[in-house]
Design a protein around this ligand. Structure first.
Ligand code: ACM
Length: 284
């Protein structure tokens, strides 16, 4: 038996079992202490290999000025990085969670990936939604897959789902699992993730939040229903739409590496990039 993550099992049938989960929380705008406390309580009895937290889980979402967002921003040595390192230590899991990233004069809507030893990396959301465009700079780094002890984890954030190129790129880079922190306000994503996973044969963990924020001219109701979607489009876990929630399930990573649908069709090899690559890569 090979130990990869602490809880990952590989047996003679070639399975690579891994415990993955999400936390669905209810952030209070601007109250970092309370938001950390909620996550700490929700994870107190949890052991897993990978846990995903929502987008901006520690700050809330509905800013009324860029200055306000800046005042809640952190770098990769800030309190959120330290907090997620602690959560990684207590759960045994690699943890992915959203935060406002400050880098020189810019702020980004980002998600960091953290192990018990600290921050591994950070993804800056490339497709900003609505007034996020007023507060954040768009992501300026390429999509990336993290190879952590042989498990390949890609990250995208919330509205990135509506651009199929995002999940596609992560899949072609070799992702087994897409970690997807979210603050969803539209009702389509959970269904769309079935297609994203099916067309790429990858797992996805969409970690959403619940609750409402009424700030400035904006009123958002977050849709909950965090979801783990399987490589074959099956919904393996679905949270309620109105409660903080946590779930951890076991999956076989090897299934996401087998891209054959039947003896004739392989979803990776059957692609015909010579016919569509140039169009997809053009902006207009
Ligand atoms: C969103 O991207 N948070 C809607």
């Amino acid at each position: 038996m090979i130990k990869i993550f602490p809880n990952v099992l590989s047996n003679s049938q070639g399975r690579l079992n891994m415990k993955i989960g999400y936390i669905q929380s209810s952030p209070l705008f601007g109250d970092k202490e309370q938001n950390f406390e909620e996550i700490k309580n929700l994870t107190s009895n949890i052991k897993a290999d990978l846990i995903v937290l929502p987008e901006l889980f520690v700050t809330g979402y509905t800013f009324i000025s860029k200055k306000e967002a800046e005042s809640l921003a952190e770098d990769l040595e800030g309190e959120t990085a330290q907090f997620l390192t602690d959560i990684s230590q207590s759960t045994g899991a690699i943890v992915v969670g959203g935060y406002i990233e400050k880098d020189r004069q810019k702020i980004y809507n980002s998600a960091m990936i953290v192990s018990k030893n600290g921050v591994i990396g950070s993804y800056r959301k490339i497709h900003l939604y609505f007034k996020e465009k007023m507060w954040f700079s768009p992501g300026d780094k390429p999509l990336k897959v993290y190879d952590i002890n042989g498990i390949k984890i890609g990250i995208m954030i919330c509205f990135d789902w509506i651009f199929p190129e995002t999940a596609r790129t992560l899949a072609i880079l070799g992702a087994d699992i897409i970690a997807h922190p979210a603050n969803l306000v539209l009702p389509y994503c959970q269904s769309a993730m079935v297609t994203r996973c099916l067309e790429n044969r990858v797992y996805a963990i969409t970690s959403n939040r619940i609750g409402e924020e009424i700030r400035g001219d904006d009123h958002f109701k977050f849709t909950g229903k965090s979801q783990i979607t399987s490589y074959n489009g099956e919904i393996l876990s679905s949270a309620p739409n109105d409660k903080s929630f946590i779930d951890v399930i076991e999956i076989d990573i090897q299934k996401a590496r087998y891209k054959k649908l039947n003896e004739f069709n392989d979803l990776r090899n059957d692609r015909r990039p010579e016919f569509y690559n140039s169009i997809v890569n053009q902006k207009k």
